[in-house]
Design a protein around this ligand. Structure first.
Ligand code: GFB
Length: 321
């Protein structure tokens, strides 16, 4: 039974200033929603249960799309596991509990494809969760995200909450984090090739062997999928969100090089980890529901680079917390 959303419904998007949260707010605005609720860190500390409860009592959300959390690339995850575990566990625990306390109609929780085992059959089906060890470089984040999706299932089982969870693949797009140390691969490569253009002869360092493969979904597609799932998905099990297509990091680097700085050279830095060899999602359940991505990778990289150029100052400012 689909969820019939009224344009007057009060929809809280946590983490609204980040790449994903801001894309979801834009998607809701474009679809005519009039009461999109957001809160900055200064307005509510999502690690503080009492503060979150007060905020929910005042804001009275009918629906919640939970995006807020600490995210980062392979280097950040490997360097700060305690922070990734603490921040993500605390933030999701308070928001889910307040959603229960204030009888939210439905909550969509966003996880990540890193929840799946390092060595599982590809493409990865939702039922492969917890069937073998996780990828060490982002184990803390993965465990926090697994706890979040499991919490949604427990709230459903114990309290009858309509909490659903989606597991997106690697995301990219406008308002991404372009900090070379804490970002994901695609924004890192866009920035590196852009900056290499300015200094002739400089080689662009691509971390790892280049043999790892990744799947990339543009964040506007993800935002569209989130609204689609909020309206059409009611099941307890997490659902994968992706393109179903993968590319090697070496070929991704060549694609970014071709788009951003064709005259540069690239080299692989084998001292850096590859992370999980592959994490291609099986998105057949989502396709069966009737949703498919629309942005092809080359077009998405071109539009993201365009955004980077138009927002250069903001994109290269201090690293995201
Ligand atoms: O995007 P990324 O940092 O994270 O790395 P994961 C993907 C692949 O790109 C790895 C390689 O094999 C990296 O070694 N890579 C090449 C680079 N050059 C670079 C570079 O300059 N910067 C970065 N960052 N990588 C993430 C998790 O894992 O997946 C997140 O860390 C989240 O928490 C996300 O779950 C979906 O794809 O390995």
């Amino acid at each position: 039974m689909p969820t019939l959303l009224s344009r007057a419904d009060r929809i809280y998007v946590s983490g609204h200033l980040g790449m994903v949260g801001s894309a979801i707010v834009r998607q809701l605005q474009q679809n005519g929603f009039e009461n999109i609720l957001t809160a900055t860190r200064a307005e509510v500390d999502l690690c503080d249960q009492q503060a979150v409860d007060y905020w929910f009592a005042d804001a009275r959300p009918d629906y919640v799309i939970h995006v807020a959390g600490k995210v980062g690339g392979i280097h950040a995850n490997a360097a700060y596991p305690a922070d990734f575990m603490y921040d993500n566990l605390m933030i999701q625990a308070t928001v889910l509990r307040s959603a229960l306390n204030h009888s939210v109609n439905k909550l969509l929780y966003l996880g990540s494809s890193c929840i799946y085992p390092r060595e599982c059959p590809q493409p990865i089906r939702e039922e492969y969760l917890l069937t073998s060890p996780l990828e060490p470089t982002n184990e803390a984040y993965a465990l926090a995200k697994i706890t979040g999706l499991k919490s949604c299932q427990y709230y459903r089982q114990q309290h009858g909450c309509n909490f659903i969870s989606a597991m997106p693949t690697n995301l990219y797009g406008p308002r991404d984090n372009f900090d070379p140390q804490s970002s994901h691969v695609l924004p890192a490569l866009i920035r590196k090739f852009h900056e290499a253009k300015a200094e002739s002869g400089q080689k662009v360092s691509v971390w790892g062997s280049g043999n790892a493969c990744r799947e990339f979904l543009h964040v506007e597609d993800l935002a569209c999928a989130c609204l689609f799932l909020l309206e059409n998905y009611e099941a307890e099990t997490p659902i994968n969100v992706g393109t179903g297509q993968e590319i090697s990091i070496a070929n991704l680097a060549k694609l970014v090089q071709e788009i951003v700085a064709p005259a540069t050279e690239l080299q692989f830095d084998a001292s850096k980890p590859d992370g999980t060899p592959r994490k291609l999602l099986d998105v057949s359940r989502l396709h069966k529901l009737g949703w498919h991505h629309t942005t092809q990778l080359r077009d998405g990289i071109q539009s993201t680079y365009q955004w980077f150029l138009e927002n250069l100052q903001a994109a290269v400012s201090a690293p995201k917390r």
